[in-house]
Design a protein around this ligand. Structure first.
Ligand SMILES: [Zn+2]
Length: 62
């Protein structure tokens, strides 16, 4: 008995796979501590705060 060669066409599969490298834009929010722009759900690069706490201590390079 004949079996179907494919469930979806090659073009449909290729279109779906083409989505994988379409990276979504990173959501940038304002830091509640220093009000600098930062990536959400990341430690702030400017002041080192996350969730109201200081995660990365400031080190004076002098
Ligand atoms: Zn900050």
């Amino acid at each position: 008995m004949g079996n179907p060669a494919r469930r979806f066409s090659k073009g449909r599969t290729a279109r779906r796979r083409a989505q994988t490298f379409k990276a979504s834009a990173p959501s940038i929010i304002e830091c509640p501590n220093c009000h600098d722009m930062m990536l959400s759900h990341r430690v702030c690069k400017n002041c080192g705060h996350y969730d109201g706490k200081e995660i990365i201590a400031k080190v004076d390079v002098n």
